[in-house]
Design a protein around this ligand. Structure first.
Ligand SMILES: [Zn+2]
Length: 693
C-alpha cells in the first residue's frame, strides 16, 4: 500500500510548480506591440502563471457603471493560448480617482500626530480604503461579481488573487460603529467592558457605548481589542470579496498575498477563509558575510506562512527578481542568489515562485523596482537569464510539488501575544520586547543544524512534536495552558522563556505568580521578579555540573533576568552576578512522560546553540544530514512519505563543503550522483533526491 502523502495542486488539473508573477498590461494598452512582446518572452522565462489586474480598476470601470473588459478579454485569451493560468485579481487594492472624489466616505480616516486627531485621507496612493464603508463594499461586490461572471468559464482562470496586501486600519464613523458592535457582542455590558479594559485607572470608565474611540493608547486592553477588531473587520471585508466571486466561480480557489509576520493583522484569522496561503517576500540580499542571518529570518517567515494553514504548502506570490526600490540599499542579487532564494522558498513548502513584477513601467512609484524585463525591453539581461534558469529548475523539481515538510520541532507564534506585549508600557523599551526577534534567535539554532521546524499557530495540535518552544509567549490563557500541560504529560518537551504566561486574554496580569495560568506548577518554579538590565550591567549564567539537560559552560545573559525560586524543578543553570547570584536561571521539571524547561534570562545565540545542541540529540531529533553543516548553509527536507528531497543552500559567498553522511543521492538539477561529501560553490544551491523505500 502506498504511504504517499501529497497535497493536491492549488489549481485543479494544473499540476505544476508555479512560476510567474504580477503582470500589468494595463500600463501598456497604448503600446500593443509591448504586449505582443510580453507573450513572446514569457515562455522564454519559463512562466506558467501571471497575476493580472491587481491595480486595474480604472481600466475596468473608467466611469461609474461603465465597464471596459475588452483589453482583459484579450489578455485572458493570450494567457490561455500560451497554456498559462491567471491569478485574476479583484482590484480593491487601489480605488479609481473618480470613485474616491465622488464618495469621500470610502477614503480612510487615520489618526495623526499623537494619534488623538483623525484625518480623512486625500485621494491617492493605494491600500487606503475603508473596509466598512457600505459604498465601497457595494462597488467592490459589483466589480468582483462582473469579473467572476465574465471569466467563470474562461480556461485561463486559475485562481482569485484577492486585493493586494490587505493592511492598515480606518477610524471613520462606520468603522467605529462596527468596533462598538463587535465589543457589544464580545462583552455584552459596559460593566464587563470596563472591567476588561481596567477602566477605573485614570478615570477611563466608559458610561455610554458612543464614547468608545480607538485612539487612546493608554488603555492597553482597548489596544489589544482594536487590533483583534481590525483583523476581524479586514477578514469580514475579504469574505465580502470572496462571496462576490464564489457566486459565479465556486470551484476556483481564492488567496490573498500576505506579508510574512506583518504585525497589524492576525493572519491566522484570514487564513481560515482562503484556500491557499500566498506570501510576499523581499529579503535585501547583497553580499554580506552574515547574509545567512537574514536568510534565517526569511526562512522563519516562510515557516509562519506554511503554519497558517496547518502545514499546507503556500505560494511565494511576490519577490523581486532583482533589487527592491524601497529598501535603504537597492542591492543587486549576486550571481546564484536569485536561484537560492527561490529554492529556499520551495524548501520551506512553496508550491511555486512568483515575482513582482514582469516588466518595469516607464513611470510611477515602482519604475525602479526589480522586474524580469528591464527598461531595455529584451531577454538579454542577467536578471532575465536568472529567472529563466529558475523556471527550468522548477520544471525539474516537479516531483516535489505537493510534498510536505515534516518537523519534530515547533515554535509557537501568536499575534495576540505579540500585541499584548507590544501594547504594554514596560518592562523596558518596546525594542527589547520584540517577540519575533527572540523567536527567530531560537529558530536559527535549528536552521543552523539542518532541523526542519514548524512555526505554529497557538491553536495548532501539539502532539506530533517532540519539542515545542514558546519564546516570550506573553499571553497564555487557561485553555492554552491546559494544552501545554497535556503536551508535556504525554511525553513532549516544552521550552518557555522569561516574559511568558504573564497575562491572559484581556491583557490582565495573571494572579499567583509567574509563569501564570497554572503553569507555575508545570515548571516547578516561581519567578518572583524580573530585572531589566542596561547595556552596562553584566550578568552571566553558569550551567550546573551534571545537569540532566547536558548543558555545559557559562554564557552572557542580558536585558531580562527572572529571579526564580525552584518549587520542585531541577536547577540547570544559575546566575553568577548581582544580588541574585546563585539563584536559578534555567530549570527543568519532569512532568508525566515529558519535561518543562524554563529559560529565565535573555541570552545571545551562542547559548541557544549550546542549549539546543545538547537537548535535540537527547530528544532523538535528527537533522536532515548526519554530518557537519558549515555556518551559512541551510539544509531542509520535504517528503511525500516515499521520497525525501534535501535542499542544500550556501548563503556564503565562499565555497563550502557539507558532509551528508551515508546514502545514495542524486542532484535533481544536474542529474549527477552525489556521494557523502557535497561541495557547494559560493551562493551555490542543490536539491538532492533519495528514495526511502
Ligand atoms: Zn472606515
Amino acid at each position: 500500500m502506498s504511504t504517499k502523502k501529497q497535497w493536491k495542486p492549488v489549481i485543479q488539473g494544473f499540476d505544476h510548480l508555479l512560476h510567474g508573477g504580477d503582470y500589468n498590461p494595463d500600463q501598456w494598452l497604448h503600446e500593443p506591440q509591448v504586449i505582443e512582446e510580453d507573450f513572446r518572452l514569457m515562455p522564454m522565462a519559463g512562466y506558467n502563471i501571471v497575476s493580472i489586474g491587481i491595480f486595474s480598476w480604472v481600466h475596468l470601470e473608467p466611469e461609474e457603471g461603465k465597464y471596459t473588459f475588452g483589453w482583459l478579454d484579450d489578455i485572458m485569451d493570450r494567457v490561455a493560448k500560451a497554456g498559462m493560468k491567471a491569478a485574476l485579481a479583484t482590484p480593491s487594492g487601489a480605488k479609481p480617482v473618480w470613485m474616491s472624489e465622488k464618495y469621500p466616505e470610502i477614503r480612510r480616516v487615520t489618526p495623526t500626530g499623537e494619534g488623538l486627531y483623525l484625518l480623512r485621507e486625500p485621494t491617492g496612493f493605494r491600500h487606503n480604503h475603508c473596509f466598512t464603508s457600505p459604498v465601497y463594499r457595494d462597488k467592490v461586490a459589483a466589480i468582483n461579481g462582473r469579473l467572476a461572471k465574465r471569466y467563470a468559464k474562461h480556461p485561463a482562470l486559475g485562481m482569485w488573487h484577492l486585493s493586494n496586501e490587505y493592511g492598515g486600519e480606518c477610524h471613520c464613523s462606520y468603522c467605529l460603529e462596527a468596533f462598538r458592535a463587535w465589543l457589544k457582542r464580545k462583552y455584552g455590558t459596559l460593566d464587563a467592558l470596563n472591567l476588561a479594559w481596567w477602566g477605573s485607572f485614570w478615570s477611563h470608565t466608559i458610561t455610554d457605548w458612543s464614547q468608545i474611540q480607538a485612539t487612546d493608547w493608554s488603555v492597553d486592553g482597548m489596544k489589544l481589542d482594536w487590533r483583534r477588531f481590525v483583523s476581524h473587520q479586514t477578514t469580514d471585508f475579504m469574505r465580502h470579496e470572496i462571496a462576490a466571486v464564489r457566486k459565479y466561480t465556486p470551484q476556483v480557489p481564492v488567496t490573498t498575498n500576505m506579508m510574512g509576520t506583518y504585525h497589524r493583522l492576525d493572519y491566522s484569522v484570514l487564513a481560515d477563509h482562503v484556500d491557499v496561503i500566498a506570501n510576499d517576500s523581499y529579503p535585501n540580499y547583497g553580499d554580506q558575510e552574515d547574509l545567512w542571518r537574514q536568510a534565517g529570518w526569511i526562512s522563519f517567515n516562510h515557516d509562519v506562512e506554511r503554519g497558517l494553514r496547518h502545514g499546507q504548502p503556500f505560494i511565494q506570490m511576490e519577490c523581486s527578481p532583482s533589487s527592491t526600490n524601497w529598501a535603504q540599499y537597492s542591492q543587486l542579487k549576486r550571481p546564484g542568489i536569485h536561484r537560492m532564494e527561490a529554492l529556499a522558498a520551495v524548501a520551506h513548502g512553496a508550491e511555486g515562485v512568483m515575482y513582482f513584477q514582469w516588466r518595469k513601467g516607464l513611470g510611477g512609484a515602482e519604475k525602479h523596482h526589480g522586474a524580469v524585463v528591464d527598461h531595455v525591453g529584451n531577454a538579454e539581461t542577467r536578471v532575465f537569464h536568472d529567472v529563466a534558469e529558475v523556471g527550468a529548475i522548477l520544471n525539474k523539481l516537479q516531483p516535489v510539488r505537493g510534498s510536505i515538510v515534516e518537523s519534530e520541532v515547533a515554535i509557537i507564534h501568536d499575534w495576540n501575544a505579540r500585541w499584548a506585549l507590544e501594547f504594554t508600557a514596560g518592562p523596558g523599551a518596546p525594542s527589547d520586547r520584540n517577540c519575533c526577534d527572540v523567536s527567530c534567535s531560537h529558530y536559527r539554532s535549528f536552521w543552523k543544524r539542518g532541523i526542519n521546524t514548524d512555526i505554529i499557530r497557538p491553536d495548532e495540535e501539539l502532539s506530533r512534536y517532540k519539542l515545542v518552544v514558546a519564546p516570550m509567549l506573553y499571553l497564555v490563557n487557561e485553555g492554552m495552558a491546559a494544552r501545554l500541560r497535556m503536551f508535556v504529560e504525554n511525553g513532549g518537551t516544552l521550552v518557555m522563556t522569561y516574559l511568558s504566561a504573564v497575562v491572559g486574554d484581556t491583557n490582565h496580569c495573571h494572579r499567583g505568580g509567574w509563569p501564570g495560568a497554572g503553569l507555575r506548577e508545570l515548571f516547578g518554579i516561581w519567578a518572583e521578579e524580573m530585572d531589566h538590565l542596561t547595556e552596562k550591567d553584566a550578568q552571566t549564567i553558569k550551567a550546573r555540573v551534571g545537569n540532566s539537560l547536558g548543558l555545559k559552560g557559562a554564557f552572557k545573559a542580558h536585558t531580562f533576568c527572572d529571579l526564580i525560586h525552584e518549587e520542585g524543578a531541577e536547577v540547570v543553570a544559575t546566575y553568577a552576578n548581582q544580588f541574585y547570584k546563585d539563584m536559578p536561571a534555567i530549570t527543568v521539571k519532569k512532568h508525566g512522560k515529558g519535561q518543562a524547561v524554563y529559560i529565565g534570562a535573555k541570552t545571545d545565540e551562542d547559548f541557544l546553540d549550546a542549549f539546543y545542541g545538547a537537548l535535540a540529540p537527547k530528544l532523538g531529533i535528527h537533522p536532515a544530514v548526519s554530518g557537519k553543516i558549515p555556518e551559512g548553509v541551510l539544509v531542509r527536507t520535504r517528503t511525500d512519505g516515499e521520497t525525501t528531497w534535501t535542499f542544500v543552500l550556501n548563503f556564503r559567498r565562499t565555497p563550502q563543503t557539507v558532509e551528508l553522511g551515508k546514502g545514495r543521492r542524486r542532484d535533481m538539477i544536474t542529474g549527477k550522483a552525489v556521494g557523502e561529501s557535497l561541495r557547494l560553490q559560493g551562493y551555490g544551491s542543490v536539491v538532492l533526491t533519495s528514495r526511502e523505500r
